[in-house]
Ligand binder design. Structure first.
Ligand code: SF4
Length: 436
């Protein structure tokens, strides 16, 4: 065995595995933290030499357990350090509850795959330390006196904005329409495999509980007059977005008239717990995780699911997060019928017409429930009602400004709170010095 033979010449083994995307770099949807434990233990037993390993360690307890059990000698933490660059310092100082744990979404990896600056769902300052001068732990105190702020919407953007404003010393009221905070994160974390995503909400709520400057108001759906009645001078509207049911999206920019059908069920209804059975068609014209997750949830609930996508792969954008082959396999294993390069062009009574995206060839499929996953509509009722009201400032943040990934909503909430009270710092650009 080569490893045992060369071991005497080696000081330290750094373990990686060949199935990089499906194992070592896997998302939380498919692998638990410390996924390399068996591989590391094997190398250590074989060589008798110290071993360092990664494997998306998120909890200090797991790290300690592996070291104590002699599985590993040095902990490597790439994604956990992206989510919280102060992870080692917080462990050293016993501030375990302050650790901003990675949720295993692989959005950082997706940006790396796309060769664009890395973003992180949990850490909005990732990549902005030099570019915008954002310290990952500190936000500058507000200069001068500022009247209280009201943040409407306790989803990812609203939670992050309230937290950052509070840390800057501002008095903040955070109002959420539902009983529970978290917005889309709370809903989406209930989908199969996405439970760890709730950390986006939970970490922020815990940090907010330490800030006397911020008051939380759940179950508080706000009208424009309600906002004015709070006396807040500054309002941040973070009311999110909802999935469209009219089919508007990339394939059908004007929507599809026949989607206005009793069979059509909004994605948001599934997110709130609806589990239709029988013949269900899910149309994915978005390409990320939502349609595949809905199809998975319904198949697990006993429905006969047909997944139709306008793209050439199941959840095509998940190629960037490294999850695409795994999500395809998962749906196939659950018996979901897969139609690629296809469009749900028309709905009739108990049937859906599925067209080939290239040839227009038509097929008719039985359909009792139809769920279009195409695009989202910003929720702007409150924003519109607040126009022209006597406020010192009014800002739109997160998905109601531009529906996007959770990381973008968190980043936007953070950016707005950082920029408050002064001119926003222009982002610096990297310069490349060319010789000669
Ligand atoms: S983007 Fe997601 S996977 Fe990557 S470090 Fe941040 S929370 Fe973890």
């Amino acid at each position: 065995m080569l490893m045992a033979t060369i071991a005497p010449e080696i000081d330290l083994f750094d373990v990686t595995v060949s199935d990089y995307y499906g194992h070592e770099m896997a998302s939380s949807r498919f692998r638990a933290e410390a996924t390399l434990e068996d591989d590391i233990a094997h190398v250590r037993a074989l060589t008798g030499k110290p071993v360092v390993s990664v494997g998306r360690f998120t909890s200090p307890e797991t790290m300690l357990s592996q070291v104590r059990r002699g599985v590993v000698d040095l902990i490597g933490a790439a994604r956990p350090s992206i989510a919280d660059p102060f992870l080692p310092a917080k462990i050293r100082d016993g501030r375990l509850d302050d650790i901003r744990e990675c949720i295993g979404c692989n959005i950082c990896y997706a940006h790396n795959s796309l060769h664009v600056p890395i973003r992180c769902t949990q850490n909005p300052t990732m990549g902005e330390e030099w570019r915008r001068g954002w310290h990952p732990e500190q936000a500058p105190a507000l200069v001068g006196q500022h009247k209280a702020a009201l943040v409407v919407g306790g989803g990812p953007a609203g939670l992050e904005a309230a937290l950052t404003l509070g840390r800057r010393g501002m008095m903040v009221m955070l109002a959420e329409a539902e009983d529970q905070f978290g917005g889309r994160v709370t809903l989406e974390a209930s989908l199969p495999g996405l439970g760890e995503w709730a950390r986006v909400r939970d970490w922020r709520l815990h940090q907010l509980s330490k800030l006397p400057e911020v008051e939380l108001f759940p179950a508080s759906r706000m009208t424009a007059q309600d906002c004015l009645d709070t006396g807040a001078a500054h309002v941040f509207v973070a009311t999110g977005s909802q999935w469209r049911i009219n089919g508007r999206g990339v394939a059908f920019p004007s929507g599809v008239e026949s989607y206005a059908n009793p069979m059509t069920l909004p994605v948001d209804a599934v997110l709130k717990g609806a589990r239709p059975t029988g013949d269900v068609i899910v149309f994915d014209d978005e390409g990320y995780y939502m349609a595949a997750s809905v199809a998975e949830a319904l198949a697990l609930g006993g429905a006969r699911v047909c997944y139709v996508t306008s793209r050439n792969a199941v959840a095509a954008w998940m190629q960037y997060t490294g999850e695409q082959p795994q999500i395809h396999k998962r749906l196939a294993d659950l018996g979901v019928t897969l139609h690629l390069n296809a469009l749900v062009a028309d709905l009739g009574s108990g049937v859906a017409q599925i067209n080939c995206a290239y040839t227009g060839t038509r097929e008719t499929h039985a359909c009792e429930h139809f769920i279009p996953v195409t695009s989202r509509e910003p929720q702007l009722t409150l924003w519109d009602a607040l126009q022209g009201k006597a406020l010192e400032s009014l800002q739109l943040i997160g998905d109601c400004k531009a529906p996007g990934i959770i990381a973008q909503a968190v980043h936007d909430g953070h950016r707005a709170a950082r920029a408050f009270g002064g001119p926003e710092t222009a982002a610096r650009r990297d310069r490349v010095a060319l010789a000669g």
